[in-house]
Design a protein. Structure first.
Length: 288
């Protein structure tokens, strides 16, 4: 895939804070797909997104958005991005009517009809100050402002946090409709993995500031499996067939990326099931 097909490129990115660091992080996000960004709290998701958005600077490394860097092309990059953040980044004393007047001139492709459409769709008041919005309402407002200038890349940091199940479903449907246009790309950080299983094309898993894997959802569904059986089946040799193993009394539960080989080795002595993204995260996070 050429550089033109990459919307986000991070090469050897380093960022250090007191007690936490991102070391030599490499990540490429493809154009035209929904990419889920997952990991435990404190794994580096929000820090990575803030560097992508140029809210904080990496200590070293190279970062490109649409093949451009922020130092030379920040305005052009921001025109192409819709950013949905899990906290309010606007003046809380303003209402949405005022915010539109302030924000709209900054974007060449601001669409007032889209703004009004999403205001109605999400049932948001135009004249109520943002400071009086609930967390869910603030997230909806952030989404409205992000979608109203026809962005090519939508970056979302925990967009479903604090939202009720009905609106979460509505949001996912909205994102799926947006992705009908193959020129759109979505980079979606969340801890609600079931949301990603419904819409994501790729999953990037980060732990302790390092990328553990970057796989298509099809790879995770077809190549990863959950295996259960009697603990006595596990010895030094058979343990090598699993990525991670948890022991529960006389039984074991394990993750494998070789379900066919496991079936040939153990036959009917084990149960091999499909594995959820939540279980995959659980096994990787437990591997210390």
């Amino acid at each position: 895939m050429s550089t033109l097909d990459k919307v986000i490129e991070l090469e050897n990115i380093n960022k250090s804070f007191s007690g936490f660091s991102i070391n030599n992080l490499n990540l490429s996000i493809n154009k035209g797909y929904v990419t889920g960004f997952v990991g435990a709290n404190g794994s580096g998701k929000s820090t990575t997104i803030k560097m992508i958005m140029n809210l904080i600077k990496p200590d070293s490394g190279h970062l490109k958005i649409f093949g451009m860097n922020h130092d030379d092309n920040e305005k052009d990059i921001k025109q192409k991005i819709g950013f949905v953040y899990d906290d309010n980044i606007y003046y809380e004393g303003l209402n949405l009517r005022d915010l539109q007047k302030i924000i709209a001139p900054a974007y060449h492709d601001w669409d007032k009809s889209s703004f009004n459409h999403y205001i109605d769709k999400f049932k948001l008041p135009l004249n109520k100050p943002i400071k009086n919005f609930s967390k869910g309402m603030r997230m909806k407002a952030s989404l409205v402002l992000a979608l109203s200038h026809n962005p090519e890349l939508i970056i979302m940091d925990e967009p479903t946090a604090g939202l009720d199940p009905v609106f979460r479903k509505d949001l996912l449907n909205t994102l799926q409709k947006i992705m009908i246009d193959e020129n759109k790309s979505i980079f979606f950080s969340t801890h609600i993995t079931s949301d990603l299983e419904k819409i994501a094309d790729y999953i990037v898993f980060v732990k302790d500031g390092k990328i553990i894997f970057n796989h298509s959802i099809n790879t995770l569904q077809n190549d990863f499996a959950l295996v259960r059986g009697d603990r006595s089946l596990i010895d030094r040799d058979t343990a090598q067939e699993f990525e991670h193993i948890n022991y529960k009394g006389e039984n074991f539960e394990a993750m494998t990326t070789k379900p066919k080989e496991i079936a040939e080795i153990f036959g009917d002595e084990v149960v091999i099931d499909k594995i959820s993204l939540e279980d995959i995260m659980y096994f990787f996070n437990g591997d210390d």
